[in-house]
Design a protein around this ligand. Sequence first.
Ligand code: NAD
Length: 258
Amino acid sequence: MSEHMALRTMRGRAVLVTGAGSGMGRATAEVFAADGAHVALTDLPESPIDEIAAQLRAKGHSAEAWALDVTDHDAIRRVTNEVATRFGRLDALVNNAGISAFCPIDDEAYDMIWDRAVAVLLTAHQRLVRAALPHLRRSDAGRIVNIASTEALGATNRDSPYCAAKAGVTGLTRALAVELGKEGITVNCICPGPILTGMTAKVPDADKDIFAQRRTALRRYGRAEEVAHMTLSLCLPASSYLTGTVIPVDGGLMARNA
Ligand code: NAD
């Protein structure tokens, strides 16, 4: 492989993906595996990551599964170290695991939903970064990709816990990009728009269509792999001068006024 080709692949590099049992996390694991990366699929114990990893290995790819609840600080440290030991390296971290957190501001459950949203969607990101950092520092192309949302850039009614946590992810991304830039580690953030995943599965197709026609430039929901390809692009060694960015992958939702 030529030097230039080597910069455009994750082949032989290792990536840890959170929330890899469904939706965009799963698609990310599949896209990285197909590119030749060693993929650590992590998700809640009840998720199908073991089966997904087995399917990837059956196709000749390098993939292993680890049960990991991203709100468990000790487990984050343990699993991150196990992944780096298993693959002999860790080059990229994809903070993807997420939950919905709709709640009106005066609802009795608001504090509980707020705390959960911040724990899963924001605090977990910094903890995974801190656990992964010693390993990313040993890579010649350390990469962090945080999955936020267009809800970090605008807001849906009654979605303030989610919007606040996701906006926090954009701030965390910029701050860590500035802090880690001198070490050559890049930190970027993707803001997916409406994507066909487990999270949006309960939205009736007709409602999805009305929303997409009215709000997106491309007039459709996105597919999980359309986000995964951007994640892969951000992790490539070639993407060495791109950091601190917040990139909507949203079918043009943020670009469209009318
Ligand atoms: P999904 O529900 O299909 O997948 C989310 C995964 O995260 C699941 O496998 C779930 O088990 C896992 N997860 C949840 N809580 C966890 C925890 N505590 N520890 C570990 N794993 C946990 O949803 P998705 O749409 O693929 O979501 C991926 C990311 O994209 C999330 O951060 C979500 O907020 C974000 N997002 C989704 C959309 C969309 O339209 N689907 C839009 C913008 C942003």
